[in-house]
Design a protein around this ligand. Structure first.
Ligand SMILES: C[S@@+](CC[C@H](N)C(=O)[O-])C[C@H]1O[C@@H](n2cnc3c(N)ncnc32)[C@H](O)[C@@H]1O
Length: 369
């Protein structure tokens, strides 16, 4: 029996480890910031105990190796401080898989740092990251990956597309305004939580200097493909016009300038709260599924490639389409959404050229004075 969806589930990743098992690219992006995190670990503020936080962690699987390496590195270097790791996400998140992963009961047991190290305490917080989530002046190191492109609420539906990247000028402006207010709230909340001298390292989906973004780096554009296949269901009478427009991602891809804006003015609330942007850059992470397909030199068929690529898109996007169908029975909604992904998969299988999901991240190191 499929449970009925509520609005909050629109943002949710698929549970039971489905998310992290099918998002190799998100893990690769996280692994790429290990050197920056190691640097940050070297200059942690002096404290009675260490509190780390992973904001918008989903089931924790994609960052488990990073935290395992950082914590074992600290212990190897003789650090014996108590370490508290606070994972945050929305209340609907699959925290159960997360806790099991860290205790070696799920996923790769080599990352079960909680049972491999003394005095490491794993906590969960189900409150959104636009608010302060822990005691003031208590965070030694903050981290967040691929999560803060989710805006706190949808400012409007995108009428003729599924994502703000394909929205009309006025629609994009509304998303930009919401994202700008959210970014300030996120930063002010972190400023309250962070200890003086601590860092917040955040990698976020965004739009790079060349106008590239997730699934839009040359070749087919993934969000256009989502729109085309969703519109085909409208044309064939399988979904209504209202259902078409309701499938709007609650996301905004900020540009580098949008991310930097609160730091550029010394009189801004963020600057006054003591936050400084130490470093910001954009990064492309190649689609690991396309890479595996190309590297296979024909051993992997286009059909197999399509069957590996579509689930990675589905792991984070499915709830958007399911929630657009919330007036239908869960079984009917699921069968329409299955047809939607199946038609995209069939297109990729028929001709895989130009289909991929490269990641574009904006990586920032933020410090509290
Ligand atoms: C694409 S996943 C990224 C998960 C993981 N950090 C990674 O990089 O693989 C985005 C996560 O952000 C969470 N999220 C979205 N809005 C949030 C909010 N306001 N507060 C906390 N988490 C949020 C989602 O529930 C989801 O688990």
């Amino acid at each position: 029996m499929i449970e009925k969806l509520n609005m909050e589930d629109v943002l949710a990743m698929r549970s039971d480890g489905y998310y992290s098992q099918r998002t190799a690219g998100a893990k690769n992006a996280i692994d790429s910031v290990l050197p920056i995190m190691k640097e940050a670990i070297k200059s942690l503020p002096q404290t009675e105990f260490l509190r780390f936080a992973d904001f918008g962690a989903a089931d924790g699987g994609t960052s488990a190796a990073l935290w395992a390496e950082l914590i074992s590195g600290l212990r190897k270097d003789g650090n014996i401080e108590h370490i508290e790791l606070l994972y945050t996400d929305l209340p609907s998140n699959d925290f159960s898989t997360l806790f099991k992963t860290m205790q070696g009961m799920h996923g790769d047991p080599s990352n079960a740092y909680q049972i491999q190290n003394e005095n490491v305490f794993v906590h969960g917080c189900g409150t959104g990251f636009h608010r302060q989530l822990m005691a003031s002046d208590s965070l030694s190191l903050g981290f967040s990956a691929t999560a803060m492109h989710y805006v706190s609420e949808k400012p409007c539906e995108i009428e003729d597309h599924v994502h703000m990247v394909g929205g009309q000028h006025e629609e994009r402006a509304l998303f930009e305004q919401r994202a700008s207010e959210d970014w300030q709230k996120i930063l002010l909340a972190r400023a309250s939580e962070m200890k003086s001298g601590s860092q917040f390292i955040v990698l976020n989906f965004g739009i790079d200097e060349e106008g590239r973004y997730l699934g839009h780096t040359g070749g087919h554009s993934m969000f256009n493909k989502f729109t085309e296949h969703w519109r085909a269901l409208l044309s064939s009478g399988n979904i209504t016009q209202e259902e078409f427009r309701k499938a709007t991602f609650v996301q905004h891809y900020r540009t580098l300038d949008e991310f930097k804006k609160p730091f550029n003015n010394s009189e801004s609330p963020v600057s006054k709260a003591g936050l400084r942007l130490k470093h910001a850059r954009t990064q492309l992470t190649k689609c690991p599924y396309q890479k595996a397909f190309i590297d296979s030199e024909g051993a992997m068929s286009p059909k197999q490639y399509a069957a590996s690529l579509i689930p990675t898109m589905r792991s984070w996007s499915e709830t958007v389409f399911l929630s657009a169908l919330s007036s239908r029975s869960p079984e009917e909604a699921q069968s329409i959404v299955d047809a939607f992904y199946n038609s995209y998969e069939a297109e990729v299988a028929a001709n895989p050229d130009g289909h991929a999901m490269d990641y574009i991240h904006i990586i920032m190191v933020i410090e509290k004075e």
